[in-house]
Design a protein around this ligand. Structure first.
Ligand code: BTN
Length: 303
């Protein structure tokens, strides 16, 4: 299926979700030649599916064209570091953007995606005192920061999983994004497993739904990724710093050390001041958490 679709029907889903596939295609076809938009009722993982398509298989040619793949439901959503990503139809937005990309330096791409999503959903210029904010936790978490008061908290709003593959000198990137939309109650056992309880976009934008969130996020995301391809991470450094939730906090690194986070460098590396001096954290295998929180979650629940 390569044509843009405005609506997806599925016999097991009483309420069709009206996706803005046509509007997205019209907004982006000129800057992404060969672009397709596709919405699936269910798939294991939108990232896995775009990686499979890019790689091809015996008898099936690789498909390197720019593609936005949205899933109403994922049966095996994936997060970073081998974690699961749990989501529910209508309550979570799950999609991947795949496209060929040739930046001189790949460092910082997942941070750029996070910056773009945060700016689309909560522009700094429109910030109101006392309103929830979107912060970024290096390298790829979107956090909802609820204001002071009895429910003051930081909650995970979404996450980003960037993967790349190569074929005949072409490098293809898949940027997978999951955002919690609707604050429905989690089963107690699932909530108890989470290191950080989930936050939902409706706490910030009451009434927002998955199609509206998709429409807000995707065109600026494409623009940001293309700017990154041309100029690298450096122009985004201060935009990350403006939302950096770890800055000034003591963090524990998964290699056993700890220190104080000092935002990110020009290449997107997290700078951590440790007893042995300033460490540049670049490895995607190193996880970082504020030391006041509990152990890292195995599964990341969505709303
Ligand atoms: C994380 O926080 O660890 C990253 C979560 C990324 C989840 C999204 S949902 C759409 C895409 N498909 C996946 O299987 N994962 C990403």
């Amino acid at each position: 299926m390569t044509a843009p679709k405005g609506k997806v029907m599925n016999s097991s889903t009483p309420e069709p979700i009206r996706w803005p596939a046509e509007a997205l295609w019209e907004a982006l076809a000129a800057v992404l030649p060969g672009f397709t938009v596709e919405v699936l009722p269910e798939i294991d993982s939108t990232n896995s599916e775009l990686m499979r398509r890019f790689r091809g298989s015996p008898g099936i040619a690789p498909r390197p064209e720019p593609t936005l793949l949205v899933a109403e439901q994922q049966s095996a959503g994936r997060g970073r570091l081998g974690r699961n990503w749990q989501s529910r139809r209508g309550a979570s937005l799950t999609f991947s953007l795949g496209l060929p990309l040739q930046p001189a330096d790949w460092s910082g791409l997942s941070l750029v995606a996070g910056i773009s999503v945060a700016e689309s959903l909560e522009p700094l210029a429109l910030r109101k005192p006392g309103a929830p904010r979107i912060g970024l936790k290096w390298p790829n978490d979107l956090w909802l920061q609820l204001p002071e008061g009895k429910d003051a908290a930081e909650r995970k709003l979404g996450g980003i999983l960037v993967e790349t593959a190569s074929w005949e000198g072409m490098r293809y990137v898949v940027i997978g994004i999951g955002i919690n939309i609707d604050p429905v109650d989690l089963p107690e056992a699932t909530a108890a497993m989470a290191a950080v309880p989930p936050g939902c976009l409706r706490d910030l934008l009451p009434g927002v739904d998955t199609p509206e969130a998709l429409m807000r996020i995707v065109p600026p995301l494409v623009q940001a990724v293309q700017a990154f391809e041309q100029f690298g991470f450096a122009p985004f450094q201060s935009r990350f710093a403006a939302r950096d939730v770890l800055a000034g906090r003591v963090v524990d690194l998964s290699d056993g050390s700890s220190g104080t986070a000092h935002s990110v460098g020009e290449n997107g590396a997290l700078l951590v001041h440790t007893a042995n001096g300033m460490k540049e954290i670049t490895s995607s295998e190193v996880s970082v958490r504020p030391s006041t929180h509990g152990a890292a979650a195995k599964d990341t629940p969505a709303c």
